[in-house]
Design a binder for this molecule. Structure first.
Ligand code: ACM
Length: 561
């Protein structure tokens, strides 16, 4: 029981061990046994559901259920996602309050088996023994998230599905898909097909770093998910207890939408292009009713494809509102609503969208600028990326909060201030920084702490061109984030790192190209060109100080990083 990650609430090791050979049976109620099988794919467990099986046809004895290698039972006393796992000489017993609890019990069991359990086929000669003992477990937070920016650099569907698998084995349960930004629109729209036909590709991408003369790779970049892809991603995610949270970031970050539909701009005569460089662009959607109608239609397409969508992220960050102020039509509209400032109009616009989402059963999620502008629906979830100060303000105002601060949850920053690292946005966020994080600090008053529903790491992809780099950026910092989100954090390094070392053998077996704790392998370094890291150019602590000041200022919809 020593090397479980994330750390369970209680774990006791008993004497002896049990064996669960591939092809053993699992018995219990159908949705729970299904979850157990899915979490232990290499064992290829046989389900014995005595309520549905015809015992005579299968020539089973009633006693088989009692002697199944893994017995699962529903226990209504246990809360959401909670489980009890008991391993004795005669087999394994799982009690869970719901399907998620059974799934997580099986993930824990998988970690107790040899690391070979993380391969996709049985390695010959493996002895499938687990130590006897008992685990009682439940998460501290209900939102244990990973954010994936598929807009700046598109990631093919297979990478998203693989991310879901990796999330599941870390008991992470929210995949926040950032589907639209200045550099690309990544989902099919049947109602407005130019969104994916025009908005999903760009002719080239900038390779130079901040402060260098602009240089471009000359390579077209593109891709989008069809609505059927989204449905498939959501179904695979759901089976693994992961909820997909789509994000269409509005009203800023709008170059790709406006390249497709310039009539939605605040300055419709302007020519827009899908951006080939990074940074904050002034391209912004008009807040007029036609835009709200357009977005409501697009949101409905995405929601219908995904199925159940309890949360829908509408962005709201980094908006340059100058075009609104310069437009006579928008100023007249603002006045007709009785709103004083463009900041008020920003808040009003997001509120209209949140209301439209609520009518379809989704709660809106926003980045924290939208909270600072005020007037949110009370049920809107806030992601305070600019740090603890604004997180606390949102919590005190009664919003549910998912902790997403740049430090230490932005994994596009390099793991070390070293030219040996592949290019990151800045320096440096380490595994140790992540395990030291407490999403709901103990110094906060209890009512504010209770508003923190979870934590999430961000994988902004300006410098994540492919799946190999994604692995490197995400793990093992993602393991530390999973620990903190499951337990509430922080973890003591002397307890966490030995568990992590053992866990890395599981990731090796799974085939993850994570960043070794001792630093990158030669082929993981950035080489000599643009993929090489520029240490010292951006210090994450300076960034946090700057964002902190912005989060305190009145006009804070526009950070200028
Ligand atoms: C953000 O980093 N603009 C949410």
């Amino acid at each position: 029981m020593k090397h479980l990650l994330p750390l369970p609430r209680r774990a006791e090791t008993g004497p002896g061990s049990a064996e669960i050979a591939p092809g053993s049976s699992v018995s219990g109620p159908a949705p729970l046994t299904d979850a157990v099988r899915l979490a232990l794919p290499v064992l290829d467990l046989r389900v014995l559901d005595l309520r549905v099986l015809d015992l005579r046809v299968l020539d089973l004895r009633p006693g088989d259920a009692a002697t199944a290698a893994v017995r699962v039972e529903e226990d209504p006393r246990l809360g959401p996602e909670a489980y009890e796992l008991t391993i004795a000489g005669d087999g394994v017993r799982i009690a869970a309050g719901d399907r998620a609890g059974a799934f997580y019990a099986a993930q824990t069991l998988r970690q107790l088996l040899p690391a070979e359990a993380f391969r996709s086929a049985v390695a010959p000669g493996t002895s499938w023994t687990v130590p006897c003992g008992r685990v009682e477990d439940a998460p501290r937070f209900s939102w244990r998230g990973a954010h994936l920016d598929v807009a700046r650099n598109f990631l093919p569907k297979r990478e998203v599905l693989r991310m879901i698998d990796l999330m599941a084995l870390h008991k992470l349960n929210r995949l926040h898909l950032h589907l639209a930004d200045d550099q690309g629109w990544r989902v099919e729209s049947r109602a407005f097909p130019l969104l994916h036909e025009v908005g999903s590709h760009r002719p080239q991408t900038i390779t130079s770093h901040k402060g260098e003369a602009p240089a471009f790779d000359g390579v077209p970049h593109g891709g989008h998910y069809t609505l059927s892809d989204l449905a498939e991603i959501a179904a695979c995610a759901r089976a693994r207890e992961v909820m997909v949270v789509p994000e269409i970031d509005v009203p800023g970050h709008a170059s790709a939408v406006l390249a497709a539909y310039p009539a939605l701009a605040s300055r419709p005569q302007e020519r827009y292009e899908v951006l080939d460089r990074w940074g904050i662009s002034p391209a912004i959607l008009s807040p007029l009713p036609a835009t709200v109608d357009f977005l409501t239609t697009v949101f409905a397409e995405i929601t219908d494809a995904l199925g159940d969508v309890p949360y829908f992220h509408i962005g709201g960050d980094e908006c340059v509102l100058d075009d609104w102020a310069a437009s006579a039509e928008i100023s007249a509209y603002q006045a007709s609503l009785g709103l004083e400032t463009t900041g008020d109009l920003h808040a009003w616009f997001l509120r209209r969208l949140a209301d439209a989402l609520a009518e379809r059963g989704s709660r809106a999620v926003v980045w924290d600028e939208a909270f600072v502008s005020g007037r949110l629906r009370p049920d809107t979830v806030v992601m305070p990326w600019r740090g603890e100060h604004v997180a606390r303000r949102a919590a005190a105002a009664g919003h549910d909060v998912v902790a997403t601060p740049v430090f230490p949850m932005y994994f596009d920053y390099a793991e070390a201030a070293s030219p040996e690292e592949p290019a990151g946005l800045g320096d440096a966020i380490t595994v140790a920084d992540v395990v030291a994080f407490a999403p709901a600090p103990s110094e906060w008053p209890e009512e504010e702490r209770a508003r923190v529903i979870g934590a999430q790491f961000q994988l902004w992809s300006e410098r994540i061109p492919d799946g190999r780099t994604l692995d490197y950026r995400a793990w093992p910092r993602g393991c530390a984030a999973a620990e903190v989100a499951w337990t509430g954090g922080p973890a003591a390094p002397e307890d966490f790192f030995p568990r992590l070392e053992a866990h890395l053998a599981r990731l090796d077996a799974f085939g993850v190209e994570y960043r070794p704790l001792s630093g990158p392998r030669p082929w993981q370094r950035g080489g000599t060109g643009w993929r090489r890291h520029r240490p010292g150019a951006v210090d994450v602590q300076d960034v946090m100080r700057h964002l902190h000041e912005l989060s305190l200022s009145a006009d804070s919809t526009r950070p200028s990083l």
